[in-house]
Design a protein around this ligand. Structure first.
Ligand code: RIB
Length: 303
C-alpha cells in the first residue's frame, strides 16, 4: 500500500455552536459547547487513515494531558505516531472555534508546541519522508519546517501536496517543490492577488499560482465544488448538495481523500470527485475529527 506522510499541527478544539458569530467587542450567548480533537495536520492524518491509507504523522504536542490524549487517539486510528514529538517547554495546541447557524466557522489558534516543530525534528523523520509516496502538509507549523520538508521530499521524487491554510504568502522557492496545492477562495486570492468570485477568476488565480512552479492547482469553492488546473487543462468538479451543520475540517477531509485517491492510482479528476464527496459528509456533522467520514461512508458500501 502507498505510504502517505502528513506533517502538521495537533490541536484540541473548544467549540461553541451559536446562531451567529460575535463581532469585535461583542459577547454573544451561544448554544452547545464541545471539546473535540482537531488541528489541521491531525485532522488530515485521521482522514487519510479513515479512507484506508497507510499514514505516518509528524507533529509535536506538549507534555500534557491534551498531548497524551491526542497520541492515544491517533494510535487507535492506526496512524503511525513514532514522530509525534513531545515538547517539555510548550503546551499542546488549542483552537477556539465558533460555528454559526449556517455551519460557517471562525477559528482562533494558540499553536503552543506546534510552533516548535522544527527542521531538526524533520531531520529525525527524514527517512520516513524520503521513502513516502506522498507528503501532505498545511501551514499551522513554522514555514521554514514546511519549506525544508518540501525540499527534501521533492528532491527524492516524493509528491508534495500543500494545503495552504491558514492563508499566508508563500515563496516561489517553496512552491517549486509543490506538486499539488489546494487553496480555498481566500487562500487563492492571497497567493495570486486575484479575487476569486466565479469560475473565470478562479481560472485566472490558478494560472497565476501554476506560473510559480506548482504542477496542479485545485481551488476549492465550497458548495460550488472545485476547479482543477492540471498543466494546461482545466476541469470543473461539482459539489454534492447537502445541509451544512459545521464546515470545520471539510478542507482537511478534502485534501486527505484527494491524496488517498491519487495513492490508489486515480486520475486527478477522479480523486477530486471523491474528495468532494468525502468533504460533503464532513460538513453535515459537528466538529473536526468527530465529523471525518470512514471509507465505507464515502464509497456508500457496507465494508
Ligand atoms: O481545519 C480545521 C482545524 O483548524 C480545526 O480543527 C482547528 O484546530 C484549526 O487548526
Amino acid at each position: 500500500m502507498s505510504k502517505i506522510v502528513v506533517i502538521g499541527s495537533c490541536n484540541t478544539d473548544m467549540v461553541i455552536k451559536s446562531d451567529r458569530l460575535p463581532i469585535p467587542g461583542e459577547t454573544v450567548i451561544g448554544n452547545t459547547f464541545m471539546m473535540n480533537p482537531g488541528g489541521k495536520g491531525a485532522n488530515q492524518a485521521v482522514a487519510v487513515a479513515r479512507m484506508g491509507g497507510n499514514v505516518t504523522f509528524i507533529s509535536k504536542t506538549g507534555n500534557d494531558l491534551f498531548g497524551r490524549q491526542s497520541v492515544e487517539l491517533y494510535n487507535r486510528e492506526n496512524i503511525r505516531t513514532e514522530y509525534v514529538f513531545s515538547d517539555p517547554d510548550h503546551p499542546s495546541g488549542v483552537a477556539l472555534v465558533a460555528v454559526d447557524a449556517n455551519g460557517e466557522n471562525s477559528i482562533l489558534v494558540a499553536p503552543g508546541a506546534n510552533s516548535a516543530l522544527s527542521v531538526k525534528d524533520i531531520e529525525k523523520a527524514r527517512t520516513a519522508i524520503e521513502t513516502a509516496d506522498l507528503l501532505l502538509m498545511q501551514l499551522e507549523i513554522p514555514i521554514e519546517t514546511v519549506e525544508y520538508a518540501a525540499e527534501i521530499a521533492s528532491r527524492r521524487g516524493v509528491k508534495v501536496i500543500l494545503n495552504p491554510a491558514p492563508a499566508q504568502f508563500l515563496s516561489n522557492a517553496l512552491l517549486q517543490h509543490v506538486y499539488i496545492i489546494t487553496p480555498n477562495r481566500t487562500e487563492a486570492e492571497i497567493l495570486s492577488g486575484i479575487k476569486v468570485t466565479n469560475w473565470e477568476s478562479a481560472q485566472a488565480a490558478a494560472d497565476c499560482i501554476s506560473e510559480k512552479g506548482v504542477d496542479v492547482v485545485v481551488i476549492t469553492l465550497g458548495s460550488q465544488g472545485a476547479l482543477i488546473k492540471d498543466g494546461k487543462q482545466y476541469h470543473q468538479v461539482g459539489a454534492e448538495k447537502v445541509q451544512a451543520v459545521d464546515t470545520t475540517a471539510a478542507g482537511d477531509t478534502f485534501c486527505s481523500t484527494l491524496c488517498v485517491g491519487l495513492a490508489e492510482g486515480m486520475s486527478i479528476v477522479e480523486a477530486v470527485k471523491l474528495a468532494c464527496k468525502a468533504s460533503a459528509i464532513t460538513v453535515t456533522r459537528m466538529g473536526a475529527q468527530t465529523s471525518i467520514p470512514y471509507r465505507r461512508e464515502v464509497l456508500g458500501v457496507n465494508n
